[in-house]
Design a protein around this ligand. Sequence first.
Ligand SMILES: Cc1ncc(COP(=O)(O)O)c(C=O)c1O
Length: 395
Amino acid sequence: MLKKIPTTAVPLSIFEIVKGFRSFFGNKSYIEEFEREFAGYMGSSHAFSFNKCTTSIYIFLKALKKLSNKQEVVIPAYTVPTLVLPIRKAGLKPVLCESSLDTFTMDLERLPEVINDNTLCVLPIYHFGFPHKIDSLLKVASENGFFVLEDTAQAPGALIDGKKVGTLGDAGCFSLCRGKNFSTFNGGMLVTNSDKLAEIIKEERDLLPEQNFSFKIKIPFILTAFSLVTRPLIYGPFYKLISRFKHTTVHASFEPKQYSDFQAIIGLGLLNRLDEFNEIRLKKGMVLYNALKDNEHLILPKITENSTPVFNHMPVVFKEIETMEKVQAELWNRGIDTGRMYLKPVHHLYDLGYDMQEELFPNALYIAERLLTLPSHPYLDDNSIKKIINVFKSI
Ligand SMILES: Cc1ncc(COP(=O)(O)O)c(C=O)c1O
C-alpha cells in the first residue's frame, strides 16, 4: 500500500512557508509580534519564545532560582524523558511522582509522597492533549510555597472549565516541535501572568544566543520537507527514508537558543488556524475514543468533565502487550502508522538515583510498556478511521 497515515502531521502549506522569506528583509521583529499574538491567544500577560520547549523550561527554572533556594523539581515518572535535561542544566534535582492509569500523567493524589520543604516546582503535564484539573495542586503549592509550571507542550488551546490550560499555574510551556498540534518544526513558548517572573525570564532569554546563519538558511528547506513528508501520499512511498530522521535515542544534552524570525512568521499563520486544527482533532479523536472506550482489552485516559481535549494523539493502553503488537502490525498493514512514545519510565533511561531493585513506579512502567498512540491529525481521513475501528473490533 502506497498511502500511509503518519503518526503526526500539521497541515502547513508551501504558501505559508514562502511568507517566511519576509524575515530576510527589513528590521521588523516577527518574534515580538508572534509573542504578542501568542499571549493574546492564551489570554496571558506575557509570552516568550525559544528554540525548544526544553529551553523554555530551563529558563523558567533559572528564573525561579533567583527567587528561591529550593532544589527539587517534580515530574511524572512516565513522560518525555528529556525533561530531566533542563532540570539538571539549571542545577536542580529531578524528582518523580507516580503516574495515574486514569489520566496517563502525574497522579496528583500521590504528590504528597514526593513534595517536601525542598520542592521548588511541580510540572503537571497534559499528555496527549487531555486536560485535567490542577486545583488541588495549586492549593498545595500556595500552602507549601512552591511553583507550578504547566507543561502544555501537547495541549495548546485545550480548555478546562472554559480556561486555557497553561494559564492556570505560575507559567505554562508549549512545544512547537514536529510532533505537536502547532509546529514550526521546532520552537517553544512560555507564558506567564506574573510581571515579576516575566522580567527575569526576559533578561535570561535575551542572553541566549540567536540561531546561527546556517540555521537561518536551512530552516525554509527543513520546513518545506516537513510540510511534504507528513502528507499520506508522500509518507508511504518515502517511509524508509523518512524513518531515518525519527529520533530513536535519548538525548544527552540540548542547546538553549532564541527562536527565529522565519519560524515566527510561520507561527503567526498557524496560530490563526490552531482552533480550526484542534476542532478537527477533537472530532476525529472523539470518534476513535467513543468506538474504543468499551473495548475490554484497552484502557483509555478519562476525559475530565468540563474539559476540551485537543487530541495531540489518541492514546490507548493495552492490557496485554501481545495484543498491542498484533494491532500495531495490522494497522501498519492497513496503511496506518502508530507511535509507542516513551518506551520506559524516566528513571529507567536516566540515572536519577532511584533504587532499581524493586519497581517504584509500577503504573508508569505499565503505561510505558503498553501504550500505543493512534493518529488524530487533520490528514486522518474517514476511511482510515473506519479501518482503525475495524482492526480493534477484530481483537
Ligand atoms: C510533554 C512535553 N514536554 C516537553 C517537551 C519538549 O519539547 P521540545 O522538543 O520542544 O523541547 C515535549 C516534546 O516532545 C513534550 O511532549
